[in-house]
Design a protein around this ligand. Structure first.
Ligand SMILES: Nc1ncnc2c1ncn2[C@@H]1O[C@H](COP(=O)(O)OP(=O)(O)OP(=O)(O)O)[C@@H](O)[C@H]1O
Length: 608
């Protein structure tokens, strides 16, 4: 059988010679009259190929005796009949839809042979081949948010669960009962228990994913606080987060007035969910060489888990209101595509923004608190929209449009100071200018913004594999791989309508190119967007640009766009609200840094 050309019957095609190679199978029809169109016409199935890679096969099953159809468009027959009964086995694989490359579609290659033993041998052999595929998860923890989006969480999980079952991926499913449930579960899970899993999957929106991310990282990411500029009052406090915890800073429980985190639509108190504080209550881990560690061990030789690491991955089955993380990392908002990417063990690394809050309000005590965001951290307009939308939760996802309009009409701006680490990649004529609100007569400037290098599957910038030729080719379009040797801090002060930092492109249905079309998933940079106060119609013009594919919403005079690895923000506003991946976080003094490739995702990048 292992030899070339074993004859089998392939459903919808007829008799084929099957050759097994190192990385897959190929099929050669034995009857010339079987035209190539058979490969695309089988039983209304999506396109089948005459070659099949093992990396695209997610399950192999022995089937009962049954019909194997001959080719529909030829006179070829199987054993003198068009269709015939025989022993069968099936390879479950993926294919791409004919119209668009990013959705993955499950398809079946059903093979038949008169001899049961032959079929069994094939099944064993095929299973052995796909088991050699490294990187496939065997055991996953799955959180299902039953109320996310339009209440699709459970339904979406029911749709994809059979795929996991078929692929023999074990799942421990937890249906969340409240906000903070996933966070609490992961933050309190021992590393020994966490190591039983190859990853955690969120069946929900960006909010549930953010909760999972924070639950995992709160005790397991030991890093320095983000760098801060000279003049910032915490300048020099760049000790490790873990050291800060050990020194007792930030260990106290939140008081009634220190309302840090607001949970929409549930009865939980904020105290139930405070990453750094929860961390402080849990065992402090001594992970001295945490960076890039694979599996450090404690005294009992139980490996501890720290991030970044090479084995643990996160997945999302999109079911939320916006699903920006899934759209930016797979190019699709499709539960089946995401499930198949998880089962097949695809992998990309993802930058994460580490947000250190120094003060929640001007009068609050200094209490360093760390949160993580995978897609976006935004202040001003973005924070207000989330707060306002909570009043209209009953509207479902439409509440974001409604509250967005309300907040837009209020047209509030906020006095703030922002300092960012200069990377030599600033697209703004206004950096260092105190206020340009009066200078918007020539509203949209058409300076030579570099052409954009979009992050795609196998992105060489994210993988850090671009060759010198590619680099010079990309030099004009993207300097993301050449950060300044001695970056310096640049201050931007004034009144801002919003301050935002996109970690990834943040594509969504309203903004097809995202907030920053050329953001990369894993280049170690944030895209800082400072929107200065400007007349309402101009702001509207800017916002509407996001809804048009191929437009350039950042090319306005009142918009600053800085690609940076870190920034610091200070406002004296009493209700300074940040939006972290769609979740509220009150903070008037924060420092933020991009942590390159801090987590791995079951995805392969957008096929856009
Ligand atoms: N069972 C639950 N009941 C209430 N809230 C929950 C529950 N499970 C999770 N949450 C919280 O709901 C918030 C939103 O979750 P998620 O992003 O998954 O859905 P969404 O529909 O996209 O959210 P939103 O409509 O708020 O944008 C998150 O903060 C999450 O922690």
């Amino acid at each position: 059988m292992q030899g070339d050309g074993e004859a089998l019957f392939l459903d919808g095609v007829g008799e084929v010679a099957v050759a097994v190679g190192d990385d897959g199978l190929s099929f050669q029809p034995l009857h010339q009259e079987v035209s190539s169109s058979c490969w695309t016409s089988i039983r209304m199935q999506p396109k089948l190929d005459s070659k099949l890679k093992f990396s695209d096969v997610y399950a192999v099953e022995l089937l009962d005796v049954g019909t194997v159809c001959g080719p529909w468009n030829t006179r070829a027959v199987v054993h003198g009949k068009r269709n015939t009964e025989m022993n069968r086995f099936v390879l479950h694989a993926i294919t791409r839809s004919r119209k668009r490359p990013s959705p993955l579609v499950p398809c079946e290659y059903i093979f038949g042979h008169k001899d049961l033993k032959t079929c069994k041998t094939w099944v064993e052999h095929m299973n052995a081949c796909i088991n050699k595929e490294q990187d496939r998860p065997k055991n996953l923890m799955v959180f299902v948010h039953p109320l996310c989006g339009k209440g699709r969480g459970c339904k979406n999980w029911e749709t994809v669960a059979p795929l996991f079952e078929r692929a023999k991926v074990k799942t421990k499913v937890i249906v969340t009962e409240r906000a903070g449930h996933a966070y609490d579960t992961l933050a309190s899970l021992s590393d020994k228990d966490l190591k039983k899993y190859d990853g955690v999957v969120a069946v929900g929106g960006d909010g549930l994913f953010n909760e999972i991310l924070n639950g995992l990282l709160s005790t397991r990411h030991t890093n320095y606080y983000p760098p801060t500029p000279e003049g910032f009052r915490y300048f020099g406090s760049n000790m490790k987060v873990q050291e800060h915890r050990n020194n007792g800073l930030g260990n106290s429980m939140p008081t009634g007035d220190d309302v840090n985190v607001i949970f929409p639509g549930n009865s939980n108190t904020p105290d139930d969910y405070e990453p750094l504080l929860s961390t402080a209550q849990s065992t402090i881990l001594d992970i001295s060489s945490s960076n890039s560690s694979d599996e450090p061990c404690n005294g009992d030789q139980v490996p501890l888990v720290s991030f970044p690491n090479n084995w643990f991955r996160l997945g999302i089955i999109p079911s939320g209101s916006t699903d920006a993380i899934v759209l930016s990392t797979t190019g699709e908002r499709d539960p089946v595509t995401s499930a198949l990417l998880i089962i097949l063990g695809r992998r990309i690394s993802l930058d994460i923004a580490q947000v250190a809050r120094w003060k929640s309000s001007p009068s609050a005590e200094v209490l360093p608190t760390v949160r993580y965001a995978a897609s976006f951290a935004g202040y001003g307009f973005y924070g207000e929209v989330i707060r306002e939308s909570e009043k209209y939760r009953w509207m479902g996802p439409a509440r974001y449009d409604f509250s967005g309009t309300m907040v837009f009409l209020k047209h509030r701006s906020y006095e703030a100071k922002v300092a960012f680490l200069e990377n030599g990649n600033t697209h703004s004529p206004t950096a260092l200018v105190e206020n340009v609100a009066n200078g918007v007569q020539t509203l949209q400037y058409h300076q030579n913004r570099p052409c954009r290098t979009i992050c795609r599957t196998n992105c060489s910038i994210c993988k850090g594999t671009s060759t010198s030729e590619q680099n010079s080719e990309d030099e004009n379009s993207d300097s993301s791989r050449t950060p300044c040797e001695n970056p310096k801090w640049v201050w931007s002060k004034g009144r801002f309508l919003s301050v935002g930092a996109a970690v990834i492109s943040c594509r969504n249905e309203r903004a097809p190119d995202g907030l920053v079309a050329d953001a990369h998933l894993s280049d170690g940079f944030l895209h800082l967007l400072l929107i200065r106060d400007c007349p309402l119609p101009f702001y509207l013009w800017h916002l509407t640009q996001f809804t048009k594919k191929g437009s350039d919403p950042l090319s306005f005079k009142f918009v600053e766009h800085h690609k940076t690895s870190a920034f610091t923000f200070i406002s004296s506003h009493d209700e300074s609200l940040w939006n972290l991946d769609g979740e509220l976080f009150q903070a008037c003094e924060v420092s933020v840094q991009a942590c390159r490739g801090l987590v791995n995702l079951f995805a392969s990048g957008p096929e856009v």
